[in-house]
Design a protein around this ligand. Structure first.
Ligand code: NIG
Ligand code: FE
Length: 436
């Protein structure tokens, strides 16, 4: 079955209403904002739970044997809402993948094998491989080709339990193709059950038209592209690859100032390959988030904690680049809010595997299961400014959830890399079922 977005039909009173009973373990973070530091490790766990939603929103999530639960279930039955029996399985919030470059044409499998033989990501980048190759393929792709590619990727995300995803532009590197990428994401958002939050990332690399002149390219983006993206309301955030040999601190600062004055939320690819100080810049701007952070200094991380900047860590990228993982343990101990995301892209991270993120988080980043789940749900939502609305299973939030093929949520990490998603509910509607 190809999942399609189902809009509420006012003539159908049960639209977006659903009840899930006999949940073996309901595991969820709690809150309407980012969880910081030790808060990340405190999930609410209910054994023998039920969840009831009306018109796409949760009206009850908790023990099944209470009068409140009975009243909510009775209301759902009166509406003719479907009743799902979880049969003792665990239930968690839908995942929020808060950092991806999912909309691109062409793959770069050869680069994976070159890196396996010892070539570095940056050596490939400077030889004209990397982002520039994907730019060439993406410029040549029509909107309908991009739509089909994006659709297929969203389908596989949904099957892994992702109900909200961030998508960055940055494979056009000129006005027309950047805008085409963002327009296609807007259309995909209306077609797919997965919600998409778009980020403009024109400064992902310097295109051939500005070869050797990254500052002139930033001028062009500030003068001609950012204002157009703002006018068309095509992106909520603006991001930049602040990295040695890509865009330096001064160009990044100019770009972020321009983006802020146009009303964009700010994100920075910071200290991924070299310790350049992007994390400190994120703190200076009070950015929504800084991402990657493999090489970020302790002082800059502390400044981020002070400024309330969220740290988005991307373990699948470190895995693929065979780099040391970001020090998420220290980040949480410093009091930061950490999100985990996939970074899906054709170069540094051709994987979108949520189960692998859990396994790497626990086995190689020193995180508890509870911290990983918070990082992939409520804190992912917070990285996108959506924590008031989703990312946890509690009354008032969107009914975005996953029923697992496992009796306990912790199996998501324990059974490394396995597909444990049985059913995905988005806005109170069954959007994916492994049986179909
Ligand atoms: O987040 N670092 C910059 N951007 C991506 C890689 C994009 C690519 O290689 O195509 C990242 O790792
Ligand atoms: Fe990225």
């Amino acid at each position: 079955m190809r999942p399609t977005r189902q809009r509420s039909d006012p003539t159908e009173t049960a639209a977006g209403s659903i009840a899930i009973v006999d949940i073996g373990e309901l595991a969820t973070p709690i809150g309407k904002g980012a969880l910081r530091g030790a808060e990340m490790g405190r999930l609410r766990r209910v054994r023998g739970a039920a969840l009831v939603a009306q018109a796409g929103r949760i009206i009850y999530a908790g023990p099944q044997d209470t009068a409140e639960c009975k009243a909510a279930l009775d209301a759902a039955k009166a509406l003719g809402a479907p009743i799902l029996d979880a049969d003792g399985a665990a239930c968690v919030p839908g995942f929020v993948d808060s950092h991806t470059h999912f909309l691109f044409a062409g793959y770069r499998a050869d680069e994976f094998f070159w890196r396996a033989k010892g070539l570095s990501y940056m050596e490939i980048h400077h030889r004209g491989g990397g982002i520039r190759r994907t730019m060439e393929a993406t410029r040549l792709a029509s909107a309908s080709e991009l739509l089909a590619l994006g659709r297929a990727r969203l389908d596989s995300m949904l099957a892994m339990g992702v109900t909200t995803v961030e998508g960055k532009s940055g494979y056009g590197l000129n006005r027309d193709t950047e805008i085409r990428q963002l327009e296609v994401m807007r259309e995909l958002d209306s077609l797919s059950p997965v919600d998409i939050v778009s980020t403009f990332m024109g400064p992902h690399s310097t295109p051939p038209e500005f070869e050797g002149r990254p500052s002139a390219y930033i001028d062009y983006l500030i003068g001609e592209v950012l204002p157009e993206v703002a006018r068309l309301r095509l992106a909520r955030y603006a991001d930049i690859f602040c990295e040695k040999g890509v865009f330096g601190i001064d160009d990044s600062r100019r770009y972020l100032e321009a983006a802020r004055s146009l009303g964009f939320g700010l994100k920075i690819h910071a200290d991924e390959i070299e310790p350049l100080g992007g994390a400190g810049l994120a703190a200076e701007f009070g950015a929504a988030s800084a991402e990657h952070l493999l090489k970020a200094s302790k002082a800059d991380l502390a400044a981020m904690a002070e400024a309330g900047v969220l740290a988005v860590c991307l373990p699948l990228t470190a895995f693929n680049l065979r780099e040391p993982y970001a020090d998420a343990r220290s980040m949480i101990d410093l009091g930061l809010a950490v999100a985990l995301a996939s970074d899906l892209n054709p170069g540094s991270c051709p994987s979108q595997s949520i189960p692998l993120i859990f396994a790497l988080g626990v086995l190689y980043m020193g995180l508890s299961f509870d911290e990983c789940l918070s990082a992939l749900t409520l804190n992912g939502a917070a990285a996108l400014g959506l924590a008031g609305d989703r990312g946890s299973l509690e009354s008032g939030k969107r009914a975005d959830l996953i029923i697992l093929d496992a009796p306990e949520a912790s199996h998501l990490a324990y059974r490394s890399g396995m597909d444990l998603v049985r059913t995905v509910v988005k806005d109170g509607i069954v959007a994916f079922s492994s049986a179909s």
